[in-house]
Design a protein around this ligand. Structure first.
Ligand SMILES: NC(=O)c1ccc[n+]([C@@H]2O[C@H](COP(=O)([O-])OP(=O)(O)OC[C@H]3O[C@@H](n4cnc5c(N)ncnc54)[C@H](O)[C@@H]3O)[C@@H](O)[C@H]2O)c1
Length: 279
């Protein structure tokens, strides 16, 4: 159901790769709510993904950019403002990748070049987007920026690896730049900490299926889907959340406030004997 919450607003959305991507769902919902959208992803993602189909569906364009590359970002922001005929009202940063996770390097055996890449792609790129927009004064007063995070920024979760460090940095950048943007330009910056979600990036996490099931059992409302996340992002881009900034907000069915649930305990009890020597 659409509420016209973003009528007349113009947004830039990073990270739609295929239909499962959280950014894809956000872009579709933003369009339904009346927004005009520009999509961006890397040239490789444009070749291997299906983002052009999305662009057609929502009457958008796709501008390639590697979000770690300042020249690409400058070009992207210039072209986006050209397309919109003015400033940008909202931005979604939905970007994450760890070469260590991809190559199966565990946290006690990280490759440091990979580690730098993880931080650059998954966190510093957020600073680069914000700084590029800052220098070009590209975001409207009252605008809103959201990046997607995960609870591994605060709590240790088996297998999340160096992405946990990247998410901690991402959330800190939202606060640090959120202060400056709020004070000087009236722009909100928040992170949404999402449940595990079946996507290309999500599926790369070690033991993902079990993690998904565990979170679901622990959460009184169950895991939040990509569409649930999209709905929440729409409210953050809308004028209904004008005073919310520098926050990390959990969209996780209650997981972050739980210690143990009945449904998780049931599985735990059943396997107790079998797993008594597990580390
Ligand atoms: N899926 C989950 O379980 C989950 C949970 C919490 C948070 N998140 C976060 O949500 C965001 C979106 O991930 P997703 O789950 O939709 O997976 P996804 O794989 O669909 O999206 C990740 C995107 O990052 C893009 N990307 C990678 N390197 C890039 C670069 N250098 N420049 C620009 N874009 C680049 C990819 O092309 C891809 O589109 C990520 O930040 C992820 O960490 C995901």
């Amino acid at each position: 159901m659409a509420y016209n919450l973003l009528k007349g607003k113009k947004g830039l959305i990073f990270g739609a790769l295929n239909e499962k991507s959280i950014a894809w769902q956000v872009a579709e919902r933003a369009y339904e709510e009346g927004a005009e959208v520009v999509l961006s992803n890397t040239s490789v993602a444009l070749r291997f993904g299906t983002v052009n189909e999305l662009a057609e569906r929502i009457n958008s364009i796709v501008i390639p950019a590697d979000a770690t590359n300042i020249q690409d970002l400058e070009n992207l922001i210039d072209k986006t403002m050209e397309r919109f005929g003015g400033k940008i009202d909202f931005i979604l940063h939905s970007i994450g990748m760890s070469p260590n996770v991809r190559k199966g390097r565990t946290y006690d055996d990280l490759d440091y070049d990979f580690f730098h890449k993880t931080l650059d792609i998954s966190a510093i790129s957020f600073h680069k987007v914000l700084q590029t927009c800052w220098k070009k004064d590209a975001i409207t007063h009252g605008g809103s920026v959201v990046a997607l995070s995960y609870i591994a920024a605060q709590r240790t979760l088996y297998g999340y690896n160096d992405m946990a460090d990247a998410k901690a940095l991402l959330e800190s950048i939202a606060r640090s730049f959120g202060y400056i943007y709020g004070r000087e330009r009236g722009v909100r910056i928040n992170t949404v900490s999402q449940s595990p979600t079946e996507t290309t990036a999500g599926g790369g996490v070690m033991g993902f299926d079990a993690l998904l099931d565990f979170s679901n059992r622990m959460s009184p409302l169950g895991n939040a889907s990509a569409l649930d996340c999209a709905d929440f992002c729409i409210t953050l881009f809308s004028d209904l959340t004008r005073k919310i900034t520098m926050q990390n907000i959990y969209n996780d069915g209650g997981f972050s406030s739980m210690g143990m649930s009945n449904r998780a305990m049931a599985v735990y009890n059943r396997n107790l004997e079998e797993c008594k020597d597990c580390k």
